[in-house]
Design a protein around this ligand. Structure first.
Ligand code: GAR
Length: 207
């Protein structure tokens, strides 16, 4: 199982508006997930997610990635996460590649949400890629982060139909609603010790 403590400590890493962060923070506030968000971390002080955290009384930390080399930035991030004894790191619209050192410090303890049914449509603009490819179904995926982009073991996925008149925007909006539900569900499974990983496969304990 993926945890030991009673109430796990989470850090959320976000670069943008932070709607997934808000969904998880709200699910925790409603008592649905046995976890605390220790802080919201961002690589940019302009991230809207910071405002959302402050509004909820959640601590924020910013390390401006533009003023540092990749190594310096990663070192700072690892310091911040280990200092606070974080159990689970959540990437929520975090637009930076997670370095090897961070993955090795938090093996199977970093999750990401991606707006497609992986392994289809990795990388940026996954919803636009889905529309342009002409798929009939897309969706979202929560996975553990490894060194490959959008590649780590898949925890849960949810399918969303692609409609004939969908634009990248309309599809993104429908997927986003599902992302909020799915990410909170994955975090709950982790926090409540329900996940077991064997190689690429993640098993969910149904008890
Ligand atoms: C979400 O759609 C998330 O899946 C996506 O960025 C958006 C962030 O929204 N992430 C990726 O594409 C990662 N490859 P949010 O800031 O409102 O949570």
């Amino acid at each position: 199982m993926t945890r030991k403590k009673e109430t796990i400590k989470i850090a959320v890493l976000a670069s943008g508006r932070g709607s997934n962060f808000i969904a998880i923070a709200d699910a925790i506030s409603r008592g649905e997930i046995n976890a605390d968000i220790a802080f919201l971390f961002s690589n940019s002080k302009e991230a809207k997610a910071i405002e959302a955290a402050e509004k909820r009384g959640i601590k924020t930390k910013v390390v401006d990635s533009r003023s540092l080399s990749k190594e310096e930035y990663d070192k700072k991030l690892i310091e911040v996460l280990t200092e606070e004894e974080i159990d689970l790191v959540l990437l929520a619209g975090y637009m930076k590649i997670v370095g090897k050192a961070l993955i090795e410090t938090f093996p199977l303890r970093i999750m990401n949400i991606h707006p497609s049914l992986l392994p289809s449509f990795k990388g940026l603009h996954a919803q636009r890629q889905a529309i342009e490819y002409g798929v009939k179904v897309s969706g979202c995926t929560v996975h553990f982060v490894d060194e490959g982009m959008d590649r780590g073991p898949i925890i849960i996925q949810s399918a969303i139909p692609v409609l004939d008149d969908d634009t990248a925007e309309s599809l993104s909006n429908r997927i986003l609603i599902e992302e909020h539900r799915l990410y909170a569900k994955a975090v709950k499974l982790f926090a409540h010790g329900k996940l077991r990983v064997e190689g690429r496969k993640v098993f969910i304990d149904s008890k």
